[in-house]
Design a protein around this ligand. Structure first.
Ligand code: MG
Length: 203
């Protein structure tokens, strides 16, 4: 399986990091070893002094596909959850300055925390899902998929132009504004559809 991540998919977040709003989706990948399963603690890595959370809607692919048309993209996923795209912001800034790839800042072990997947029932509009991230019990990110620059279905069409999507792949669809640092002993909790779907302790 693979994890495909989208950068700068919410205009307010692009602004807070002083990035331009992109004209095409910005993609990067994380390996399978990046997954942090529900219930597992995250251990603060020794190679960063500025670890950030980025809470994102995560879509699970349920059919194999290549060159998927946007109008059929909804047939290729069946469940969603919230995830944290953990980012070593200090390393990322250094890499960006040098024009080098981001992997050491974003694709390290445990950097893709995922919550419990919720099946998409009839009537759920993928383009209008509200979600919230709490840090130590206080809301730090409030998102709605309506604010995405590129919709989930557009992303699937675009991604599948380059990469065959396989059953079980995850797509991290980008973070809304409000990203920030985490520290040892912090706790991140993600809420969607009126329930807590994500709970990560930082140790
Ligand atoms: Mg992200």
């Amino acid at each position: 399986m693979k994890i495909i991540c989208v950068g700068r998919n919410y205009a307010e977040h692009a602004k807070e990091l002083k990035n331009e709003v992109p004209s095409a989706p910005v993609l990067f990948m994380k390996p399978k070893t990046a997954i942090l399963l529900p219930g597992k603690a995250f251990y603060y890595p020794e190679f960063t002094k500025d670890l950030h959370y980025e809470c994102e809607l995560v879509v699970r692919i349920s059919s194999n596909g290549k060159h998927i048309q946007e109008k059929f993209a909804h047939k290729y996923y069946d469940s969603v959850t919230l995830g944290i795209d953990f980012t070593a912001r200090d390393l990322q800034q250094e890499q960006k300055k040098k024009g080098l790839p981001w992997e050491i800042a974003k694709a390290f072990d445990g950097s893709a925390a995922v919550g419990s997947f919720i099946p998409l029932k009839e009537g759920i509009d993928i383009n209008n899902i509200t979600f919230q991230l709490d840090k130590n019990g206080e809301a730090v990110q409030n998102g709605n998929t309506a604010d995405m620059i590129f919709t989930v279905n557009h992303l699937i069409a675009y991604i599948s132009t380059f990469f065959t999507l396989n059953i079980g792949d995850y797509i991290f669809t980008g973070t809304p504004a409000g990203v920030g640092p985490v520290h040892i002993n912090d706790r991140l909790e993600g809420h969607m559809f009126g329930e807590k779907v994500l709970d990560v302790a930082i140790l």
